[in-house]
Design a protein around this ligand. Structure first.
Ligand code: SF4
Length: 160
């Protein structure tokens, strides 16, 4: 409806089985917003043509901003450089956000694409670092408000 807030939300947070391991998350409040037609979903990695399932990937030697600047690569568990796919997914997600005039972007924490506070450190040893993923970095560079699912639920449920 006119004036309703539009959200762009990671597809895996909206129940779509697009994660590298084919899993997803179902949250009642996100499902309600989908029913209200206030959500568009996107999975940057699937938009880039990566398969489901796929090997997990991490940013090696930098952050999402470094990947955008050509200073770091995204490498999967087999050692394959998937940087170009991650860049393509980020730019496709940016286009969607711009086309739909979204006001808030909610992306899955810890992902090399979608992380907004934390990502894994590139060593596949389950160690997180304070940094953002490639898609988050690109959307923030273009002025979008990108938050994690935890921050989103804090916004929706301020008394929790
Ligand atoms: Fe796709 Fe982002 Fe979810 Fe990973 S975290 S499955 S890239 S939407």
């Amino acid at each position: 409806t006119l004036g309703a807030t539009m959200y762009l939300i990671s597809a895996c947070l909206a129940g779509q089985p697009v994660r590298y391991d084919g899993k997803s998350y179902v949250y009642e409040q996100i499902q309600q917003l989908i029913q209200l037609k206030q959500v568009i979903t996107a999975c940057p990695e699937v938009l880039a043509g990566l398969p489901i399932p796929r090997k997990p990937a991490e940013i090696a030697g930098g952050t999402g901003e470094d990947v955008l600047a050509g200073r770091a690569q995204v490498i999967d568990l087999d050692g394959v450089d998937v940087t170009q796919a991650f860049l393509e997914g980020a730019y496709k997600t940016l286009t969607l956000a711009q086309q739909h005039h979204v006001s808030t972007v909610v992306l899955k924490e810890n992902s090399p694409s979608c992380g907004s506070r934390f990502i894994y450190d590139g060593t596949f040893s389950n160690q997180k670092v304070s940094a953002m993923g490639v898609t988050t970095a690109l959307l923030r560079q273009h002025g979008f408000n990108v938050i994690s699912e935890a921050a989103f639920f804090e916004l929706l449920n301020p008394s929790d």
